[in-house]
Design a protein around this ligand. Structure first.
Ligand SMILES: *Cc1c(COP(=O)(O)O)cnc(C)c1O
Length: 396
């Protein structure tokens, strides 16, 4: 190792520090719960994606332990060699039934699902039309292709139609319209009925990334397509098993033929080892819970309404959130970080998010309540928001 050759790392870090973008990892000393020990301090945790509390659900833990004892700790190969266990097939069949699609293929994560699927769907001579706030994994998936790119202003349907028209005039082979279902920074839901209508009018393929909608929106958490009752009209649905489902993984729900093609050409599927059996068994247990215990999702939404109306009642700006993702907008960059730091001192953890993830004047702390927060947890957090909000003059 030569210190000289790696000096660039120090220099780039220095730049990040000067821009106020340097970050230290927060360390969780125990399980991902509604109350958690973060950096040694017990806090109300408003920053996980563990919407339903399934990450620590006894049925998932039991399933993981039993499968680990029966099948081992690891799968030992990529899916296409000898890393496909009967458990992996069972999960895909269950998910396809759950999503009402012909077939499902599971990838190692939501991220690898997007980066694996997009380059199989589009390539040279094609065009992708993407919402400007789409997730990084969609952007990276697109970067792996030679397709032309068009980006439309966030949820702007005139903007989308303009680009579809342009695309038709420019004469591409295939057109792909891709959107997040629930946007991760603002918690708003994409206007899927309008997107579908425009895509049908202009003959485009539709793809939705439902990472923050899986287990949250629609009947039993079936996602945005179910929420809007658009079954059969969205070509490609991506979901994650790493957020509300509580474990790890991503999947694509689509036609049998596209799944078969992905088995031959989806590069993370071909070249990266499949999930350990414990992961797959826990994912299966989570689907059982979604199907049989919908009251968990009801509780998530009750908590969401309670907390959001509490924040609004205090006079805090929660933007245009329609889901459990609720930002509290603080204004220019430093203020959100200050808000997050002061909340942490008051034993509430809500991550501060600033430029370049969001516009500098829209910096915020992002909160996500879960089904497992008690009223006491939420009242405790609201009291902290009130105290700190007054201090920072976010509340008049
Ligand atoms: C979190 C997220 C992903 C990545 O999912 P993982 O399973 O954590 O890799 C993909 N897309 C969106 C929109 C996300 O929010």
């Amino acid at each position: 190792m030569s210190a000289e050759q790696l000096k660039f790392a120090e220099q780039e870090l220095e730049t990040l520090r000067q821009q106020g973008l340097y970050r230290k990892l927060r360390i969780l000393g125990g399980a991902q719960g509604p109350r958690a020990v973060i950096d040694g301090r017990e806090v109300v945790n408003l920053s996980s994606n563990n919407y339903l509390g399934l990450a620590t659900h006894p049925k998932l833990i039991k399933a993981a332990v039993e499968a680990t004892e029966k099948y081992g700790a690891g799968s030992g190969a990529v899916r296409t060699i000898i890393g496909t266990m009967d458990l992996h097939m069972e999960l895909e069949e269950r998910l396809a039934k759950f999503k009402h699609t012909e077939a499902v293929l599971v990838f190692q994560s939501g991220f690898t699902t997007n980066s694996g699927v997009i380059p199989v769907v589009i390539g040279e001579g094609d065009v992708v039309i993407s919402d400007e706030l789409n997730h990084a994994s969609i952007i990276d998936g697109v970067r792996l292709t030679k397709a032309a790119r068009k980006v439309y202003p966030h949820v702007d349907m005139n903007g989308l139609e303009m680009r579809l028209k342009e695309a038709n005039q420019e004469g591409y082979r295939r057109k792909l319209v891709v959107t997040d279902g629930v946007f991760s920074m603002d918690g708003d839901i994409c206007p899927l009925p309008d997107i579908v209508e425009l895509a049908e009018k202009y003959g485009a393929i539709t793809m939705i990334d439902d990472a923050h909608a899986s287990g949250v929106l629609g009947r039993n958490g079936r996602g945005t397509v179910d929420h809007y009752n658009l079954h059969g009209r969205v070509d490609i649905q991506v979901g994650t098993l790493s957020k509300a489902i509580g474990v790890l993984g991503g999947y694509v729900a689509t036609s049998k033929a596209l799944v078969d093609l992905l088995i031959h050409k989806g590069r993370p599927f071909l070249f990266s080892t499949s999930h350990p059996p414990g992961v797959t068994a826990a994912n299966l247990a989570a689907i059982d819970i979604l199907e049989n215990e919908p009251e968990l999702i009801e509780r998530l939404w009750e908590n969401t309404k309670y907390f959001k109306s509490g924040l609004n009642h205090l006079g805090l700006n929660t933007g245009k959130s329609q889901t459990p993702i609720t930002p509290v907008i603080a204004g220019e960059g430093a203020k959100a970080m200050k808000l997050s730091d002061r909340l942490f001192e008051e034993r509430v953890f809500a991550q501060g998010i600033g430029y370049p993830t969001v516009a500098n004047d829209k910096s915020r702390v992002r909160t996500i309540v879960t089904a497992t927060h008690t009223k006491e947890d939420l009242d405790f957090a609201l009291a902290a928001f009130e105290k700190v909000g007054r201090e920072l003059e976010l509340i008049k």
